[in-house]
Design a protein around this ligand. Structure first.
Ligand code: DX5
Ligand code: ZN
Length: 213
């Protein structure tokens, strides 16, 4: 599966971006919300995303790079989001947050920064629908892929199998044709990609090539 990341889109013409996106083979639209505290950058917030959600015809995969993401469960739900991803590093009571997301009727994803080992998922793996592994330090698009992610995917797959968890493995950051191929071979289910897709001469085609890997 492929989830183009809106962070790399032309924000001055989101309608045109959504036009090709809705007709493409993309599976989900990945939305990166930043707060300038959890990550050293600010992207877009709910007022902007409400407009995007209205014209997007595919499931929304919301990635919250913010402290206290539990405060925004109802805002994410109001967007009509399919998946709500929260960072392990941002949640003191992760189990409760996952429960709140499910209670709101959304799928729950837990995200790990590059330096966080997959072993921390031991007691939450069976309760979540997706694990999002960051393959760059979150906060910016266009960064270089961290190769250690490939080993992490394999370790995560072993952990999920041992726990009997059906959670999907999603990877985010520096995904292009080359790294995408390696990620698929390592066992990634969902590839998030910003710059590679949105900055391509033909974004829909770039999406298709990633989807076929
Ligand atoms: C980074 C974001 C990513 C970003 C990926 O903090 O979480 O979703 O858009 O961008 P690329 O694909 O350009 O690395
Ligand atoms: Zn993201």
């Amino acid at each position: 599966m492929v989830a183009p990341s809106l962070l790399a889109a032309n924000f001055a013409n989101l309608e045109a971006e959504m036009e090709w996106f809705n007709r493409s083979v993309a599976d989900w639209l990945h939305l990166d919300i930043m707060d300038g505290v959890f990550v050293p950058n600010i992207s877009f917030g709910f007022p902007v995303l409400q407009h995007v959600a209205r014209i997007c015809k595919k499931p929304l995969d919301v990635h919250l790079m913010i402290v206290q993401p539990e405060k925004f469960v109802s805002e994410v739900k109001a967007l009509g989001a399919y998946m709500m991803n929260v960072h392990y590093e941002a949640c003191t009571h992760l189990h409760r947050v996952v429960w709140q997301i499910h209670e709101a009727g959304m799928k729950a994803g837990v995200t790990l920064n590059p330096a966080t080992p997959v072993s921390v998922l031991e007691d939450i793996a069976s309760d979540v629908d997706l694990i999002l592994l960051m393959s760059v330090n979150p906060g910016f698009g266009g960064q270089e892929f961290i190769p250690n992610t490939l080993e992490k995917i394999k370790a995560l797959r072993r952990l999920l199998d041992r726990k009997g968890s059906k959670a999907l493995i999603e990877v985010d950051g520096g995904v292009n044709l080359e790294t995408g191929r390696l990620l698929r071979q390592a066992g990634a289910d969902v590839l998030v990609s910003g710059s590679f897709i949105f900055h391509a001469p033909d974004p829909a085609k770039a999406c298709e090539t990633l989807a076929k890997l």
